[in-house]
Ligand binder design. Structure first.
Ligand SMILES: [Zn+2]
Length: 473
């Protein structure tokens, strides 16, 4: 989920590096309650192997009920057959029944973490040297805890929102989970989570190596992952008698054609806003190319210049790349079977079938079969969520209050989160957290995952103000 281009460029040009220090809400009386809740979430193992999301959901539901939420507004759900993959939906009713809700979405599950590999116990929230360490400390339990905390704060202060505020904490976002909770809710409990739009993980601030605030990034669209299998079969034979038709050569010919092809440049709200804003930051030839491509996606020269950067290239188009290869059965036999896996990252709005058809056209060989490999996430290709001023305006306003001078930069995430399931079902979803990350990304999914303590507290304040602003308008 890291955006190398953004970081590299912004760090090189850290004009905002010395941004004013953000408020330190450490003196707030309810900060300890938030911290305890965050700790409880991190310390509840929610890995796919031996964790329990339902337990984490129950703990957060108990917190809400203790804070005065009535039973009818707090729903712990499980899909039939998946007792440990449950989640929580909570509703904070608004005054205006006509106004559609704003949904706060986060996932409870975390990537596996082995105690023997980690320096500290991954399921203990450790505060050390200005960082919180723990599996999920960043992805995604900080935001999940902030959402619960938001609801409790709004209720305790008697906030009367215009829009209903909803929260969904789900399981199965990380690959390997047996069930995707967000997709399940969309298919089975749509009314419960229905909303004008949703806020989710995927956007975060970027810090430079010194901890200065560089940019507050907002994810405004994401690509769909779809893998395809290419397969060639052949009767084979003795390798002492080679034949013109060979499964391996046929397959490698097909791979060469895919390698040589570039999908067309496409511009939507997410990458369009990114390029427009970044063009002013980077300037020069690259900045001009960014503007040119937004004005005309078919500008081949500008597209080629930008595509040299892998981080930009993936934001501009569908990409397909060979990731696995397997062929032959003996050193002295002609291959009877050759297969390759092609992983495509599909631009929002493009269908999987269109990509498959393109691959088949490129290969132009009916003996090379192309088939979709089903992924556990199984999400359909959604269009991009429109980046309206109704959505972006409040983000910019609250960001300017907390980090004056730090730019808000939308972008297109080349990977996929639960947003894809919501967008496909018609709920525009944006990644925004205000939790700024170090250049190393905080070791998300890796060893010793961590996030700055100050970043979590700033993100908490940011999201508290942001959701409040959305709910009032
Ligand atoms: Zn995540």
């Amino acid at each position: 989920m890291r955006l190398a281009i953004l970081l590299a460029t912004l760090i090189a040009l850290s004009a905002w590096g010395e941004a004013q220090a953000a408020p330190r809400p450490g003196s707030e009386p309810d900060l300890e309650r938030f911290r305890a809740m965050y700790k409880e979430l991190v310390e509840t193992n929610t890995t796919a192997s031996n964790g329990d999301c339902t337990l984490a959901a129950q703990k957060m539901a108990a917190r809400l009920k203790t804070a005065g939420f009535p039973d009818q507004d707090v729903t712990v759900f499980t899909a039939p057959g998946f007792p440990k993959n449950g989640g929580l939906v909570a509703v904070y009713p608004g005054k205006d029944l006509e106004a559609k809700a704003v949904l706060m979405l986060a996932h409870l599950d975390v990537v596996e973490a082995k105690r023997e590999d980690w320096t500290r116990d991954p399921f203990i929230l450790v505060e050390e040297g200005g960082y919180f360490y723990g599996r999920g400390a960043s992805d995604d339990k900080a935001q999940a805890a902030i959402w619960v905390d938001n609801l409790i704060r709004y209720r305790q202060e008697g906030f009367k929102p215009k829009r209903t505020i909803k929260m969904a904490l789900t399981c199965g976002e990380e690959s390997g989970g047996p069930l995707n909770g967000a997709a399940w809710l969309m298919a089975n409990r749509r009314q419960l989570i229905d909303a004008a739009f949703a806020l989710n993980e995927g956007g975060k601030g970027q810090l430079d190596a010194r901890g200065a605030h560089i940019a507050n990034t907002v994810e405004a669209g994401e690509k769909t992952s779809q893998s395809f299998s290419l397969e060639v079969t052949n009767p084979g034979g003795h390798s002492s008698v080679p034949m013109p038709d060979n499964a391996i050569y046929r397959l490698t010919d097909a791979l060469e054609k895919i390698r040589a092809y570039e999908f067309p440049v496409m511009i939507n709200d997410a990458n369009g806003a990114y390029l427009s804003r970044m063009s002013k930051v980077v300037g020069g030839e690259q900045g001009a190319a960014m503007q040119a491509v937004v004005a005309n996606p078919k500008d081949a020269g500008a597209g080629a210049l930008l595509s040299k950067d892998p981080g930009l290239n993936t934001m501009l188009r569908t990409t397909c790349v060979a990731t696995m290869l397997s062929a032959g059965h003996a050193m002295n036999a002609l291959p009877q079977r050759a297969s390759a896996t092609i992983n495509c990252r599909i631009f929002p709005g493009v269908t999987r079938q269109a990509v498959q058809t393109k691959l088949e056209q490129l290969i132009g060989d009916p003996q090379v079969t192309v088939s979709k490999i089903t992924l556990s996430r199984g999400e359909p290709a959604g269009g991009a969520a429109p980046l309206t001023t109704q959505v972006l305006g409040p983000i910019e306003a609250v960001s300017a209050q907390i980090w004056p001078g730090v730019p808000v930069i939308p972008y297109l995430l080349p990977a996929a989160t639960d947003a894809t399931a919501l967008i496909a079902g018609g709920i525009p979803t944006y990644g925004v957290s205000g939790i700024f990350a170090d250049p190393d990304g905080g070791h998300i999914h890796g060893l010793n995952e961590r996030v700055r303590v100050s970043s979590v507290y700033e993100g908490r304040e940011f999201l508290y103000r942001l959701v409040k602003l959305y709910a009032m308008n």
